[in-house]
Design a protein around this ligand. Sequence first.
Ligand SMILES: [Zn+2]
Length: 85
Amino acid sequence: MARDETTDFSCKELVAAASDYLEGRLPASERARLEEHLAACEGCTTYLEQMRRTIALIGELREEDVPPEALARLLGVFRAWRHAR
Ligand SMILES: [Zn+2]
């Protein structure tokens, strides 16, 4: 599979686009590039799966239980975790 230079999509970019991707807000062209990177990068596949589970978990809670700041903080934890590796 292609590396970052040829996919033109780095791990950092994936992390930045992850929430848009999971919420279906990413344009089709960006989504294709992101999925191409995913196919070649185990770390990002794991990262995205963890994030998807977190979002699903949050989705099961009632809105008043999850203030936007808490969601942002949670997503920030995932970003920090990814960058720390
Ligand atoms: Zn990656």
